[in-house]
Design a protein around this ligand. Structure first.
Ligand code: KG4
Ligand code: ZN
Length: 350
């Protein structure tokens, strides 16, 4: 009887340390969020205008234990209530990932609980399904983050198939770099979105790189360079004009840049949806927090023939978190896909 009651719900402790957020969460049955703790390192990296791996790793070491402890306390769970420990072990900064992986392996060994290895990008994809909505498969998933821009053919939680990805900068990276060029505060994504609210998206015709008729890959380094040349002259031979620009000019550049990036993201997602005859579009990753991107994708889905359903990750689960890790781990738990204590961090997605 006790056994059956215990089996009725599966509680998973998720751990995430792939970049600059130390996060832990307890999620029941892949959907019910019992706790979600995130220690952000934004302040530590701000003055460098980007994530410094060594600083990130040290901060993870400091925070990992208190963050896990808080997640367990907030969820009011003891180790006996936890059915498995899940950790994002790829892709990401190896010296950051290793902190979460080591913590997860230690807990798995000490608490005698199964260990589950999670792909961080697949977890971002899973976060789009944290809403309760019912949807049809197949789905096309667009994952747009600081490190990745990827399209997936999604038929089941355990086997997303990569359709295309960026050949240079990621979408979030482009937002961050353009924010630096425009001298807007770090992190760049939200700053660009804010500045763009007052700008004209048609003011400047920045390039939209489509990489050929059928390509599902992305390239964002060209548009970043175009913004750079716009502000500092061709081949950066001129003066940096940003300091003498009005707020309106900055807003126009931000809005035009944002519109161009969104245009490409939406068109490529549309292309992928057509290719696999998708019924649903899933959107996740840090850049999915962008309201203009959400609206544009919604519009694309509504006007498609036949229309498609759009599922977007809730805003608090767009950027890095451990809920998405524990949520995806539930499917791996049910399929008994466990890792062992030889688990290692990997910089790139397998
Ligand atoms: O998923 P995430 O937290 O970390 C990675 O796995 O990379 O994504 C962070 C990225 C950053 O590049 C950040 O600038 C971008 O997401 N971002 C945004 C917005 N909020 C965060 N980009 C555009 N608009 C936003 N509102
Ligand atoms: Zn991420």
């Amino acid at each position: 009887m006790e056994m059956d009651e215990k089996r009725a719900t599966i509680n998973i402790l998720g751990i995430e340390t792939s970049c600059d957020e130390t996060a832990a969460a307890v999620v029941t049955d892949g959907k019910v969020v019992k706790s979600s703790i995130i220690a952000s390192q934004t302040k530590l990296h701000e003055k460098y205008g980007g994530v410094v791996p060594e600083i990130a790793s040290r901060a993870h070491i400091e925070k990992i234990y208190p963050v896990i402890k808080e997640a367990m306390e907030q969820a009011e769970t003891g180790k006996d209530d936890i059915d498995a420990i899940a950790v994002a072990n790829q892709p990401g900064l190896t010296i950051a990932l290793i902190v979460g992986v080591t913590a997860a392996k230690t807990l798995s060994f000490a608490w005698k609980k199964p260990l589950i290895a999670i792909n961080h990008l697949h977890a971002h994809l899973q976060s789009a399904m944290l809403t309760d909505e019912v949807f049809e498969l197949p789905a096309v998933a667009l994952i747009v983050s600081g490190g990745h821009t990827s399209l997936y053919d999604y038929h089941s939680p355990l086997e997303p198939k990569l359709l295309g990805s960026t050949i240079d900068d990621a979408a979030g990276e482009a937002f961050d770099k353009v924010a630096t060029i425009l001298k807007l505060p770090y992190p760049g994504g939200p700053s660009i979105e804010n500045a763009a609210k007052h700008g004209n998206p048609k003011a400047i015709d920045f390039p939209r790189s489509m990489l050929g008729r059928d390509s599902l890959d992305f390239s964002f380094s060209g548009i970043k360079t175009a913004v750079l040349y716009y502000c500092r002259g061709q081949d950066m031979k001129g003066e940096d004009k940003v300091d003498s620009m009005s707020q309106q000019e900055i807003a126009d550049i931000a809005a035009s840049f944002q519109a161009a990036v969104i245009d490409v993201l939406v068109k490529k997602t549309q292309r992928a949806a057509k290719k696999i005859d998708a019924k649903t579009v899933l959107l996740g990753g840090g850049v999915a927090a962008n309201s203009q991107l959400r609206t544009a994708l919604q519009q694309m889905c509504e006007t498609a023939v036949p229309p498609k359903k759009l599922l977007v990750a809730p805003k608090q689960y767009c950027t890095d978190n451990a809920v998405m890790v524990a949520s995806l781990a539930y499917h791996k738990y049910k399929a008994k896909l466990f890792a062992d204590l030889t688990l290692e961090p990997k910089a790139h997605s397998e």
